[in-house]
Design a protein around this ligand. Sequence first.
Ligand SMILES: [Ca+2]
Ligand SMILES: [Ca+2]
Ligand SMILES: [Ca+2]
Ligand SMILES: [Ca+2]
Length: 632
Amino acid sequence: MNQQPNRSEAGNALVAVMVSTIAISGLLYGSLTTTAVDMRSTVRSVDDVRTMSLAQAGVEQTIALMRNAAQKLNTMDPMQGIRNLFTAGPYAALTAAPVTISGRTYGQCTATATAVVNQADRVVVTIDSTGYYPVAPANAPEGSERPRQKSVRVTVEFNLERSRVFESSYFINNWGWFYGTNIFCNGNARSNGAFDCANYGPTVTGQPTYDDLTWDGGDATLAGYRDDNGDGLQNGLDGGMFAGWSIAGSNNVKGTGGTALPASNKHQFAEQNEMPNLTNLEPYEARAIAQGSTISVGGSVLVNGVYGDTPGEKQHLYLIGTAANPIVINGPVVVRGSVVLAGVIKGQGAIYSGGNVYVPNNLQYADAPSTSRPANNTQAATETWLEANRNKDFVAIMARENVVLGDHTNGTWRSYVSSWLAHAMNKSREDAGEDGIPNTRKGRDGILNTADDDVLEDDGQWTVQRYTADDLARGLIPAGKSVNDPIPGTGEDIDGDGAYDNTLTLANLDLPAALNTTNWGGTITGSMTFSSIASGAMTRLDGAFYTNHAFAWLTTPSSAINMNGAMVSRNESVIYGGPGLYMNYDARLLGGSNTVLGDLLPKTLAPVIVRDWTTLPNDPHAACLSGGSTAP
Ligand SMILES: [Ca+2]
Ligand SMILES: [Ca+2]
Ligand SMILES: [Ca+2]
Ligand SMILES: [Ca+2]
């Protein structure tokens, strides 16, 4: 985001941002790379060590296969992808599979996985893996020396958790940028790709994050404080800036109290947070109906669970609330089309839109938290704030397409936003390469034609994984998909819709249908122009926002702009004016899967937890193998 260039003050650049994803392939790739290093270092070492590395490689490959199965059902329920591997009992992941790295085969491994806990949100798996050197007994030539074998048993845990993208005030799936001295990010600023401050002096106060939140009556207790600056202290000074790639031009970034943000609060090449996939809203529709969620205005129920699912019901929903007649939301609802939303909103809930969400003017809680932020970043102050504001209004606005704020029909709006959507740093077309991040073709070393290049970026090819016949046999192809179809969210399918997407343009942001009662339901009363309900000087935006495409806004008020909640976006094109832009993180989003907001937000697969690792004296797969016996 950036400050609008003032006519009398040349030199301020503009805004934009971008795309990415693919924590899964990143993790897989990272772990295999580690093994490659181990393997090479042991080439001259004893065969036993080599054989043990082969067993460990089998564990890593099995975990990768399970994560990959989760990816294949990502649009429905990633955990179901893992659970489907165990429908017929233990999962025979690898059978005398060669372990090959950079074209060289080091040996073979066999691995079997058994689900010891198999629940909707949590699966615990015991993996028995045996490494064989030089080959598995079944493949050993007759009369040859008995192959060596080493076996390990590793217990790993998979959890479905509230997506971590909601742990920042400002989260961008690719390129984050703060081009302004009066940006005040009261929370974390994070990108999956590079983060650029271009030597401006924005403020990032940070927000410590926690794994859990529990309640004892009205007493809140946060648990699992993450000491991400690594100083051993849980003193509220954690959080800050995070980037999956480099952080540039950040020397002037200020932290709490206006002093320089310490280097220990700037995290380059940090773990990426996977964007949830909202391509398929069916699971959210089922949840909305099961919970009996509603939206009403003036006592009339306008949405019952899902809007647009009954014959004759309109697809697009128009909601303008006032202080006298606020929009009243209760639970998560789905609107199959686009949404226009502004004015006063009350209650706790979420709106999942199958199209664009338009916020033409201020959106404000009727009963907002007493203060936008806790008194300070300590755990005690945060718990006190949570206790006071647990039941105050909260809304999450989730768009499958774009979030469009202000008056997008205005010529100045269109000029600024379109120039940033087209900017070279803000590439949105799906040719971002293996890492899902544009502008990384040269790799970390910045030099073209070296080993770390992202050769798939800008190659003119859309590279994705595709469903196979084996996936079909394992129940890993969701309804509506077939063998050879692209797997949504893999490779360069950055928005996870299973189709190639070109660069975002203004056409993606325009209304899907004219504003009238033929196309739109809700509080609309007749035909109208968008500009008649829109403002070029918005100052208030309450709620947590999510888009897998562009978050686009031009607002140039004469007073401060306050965003209270969170902003999660793939591409950002925010241009602002006035005395300051404040992004105040809503601390009710803290606490992992146990936030006060319950089940309002999407879930993704958490990082895999290794629970136990032990060596086995004998080969647990020996009974399954024919051929010679193995040496211990
Ligand atoms: Ca710390
Ligand atoms: Ca490509
Ligand atoms: Ca790339
Ligand atoms: Ca796509």
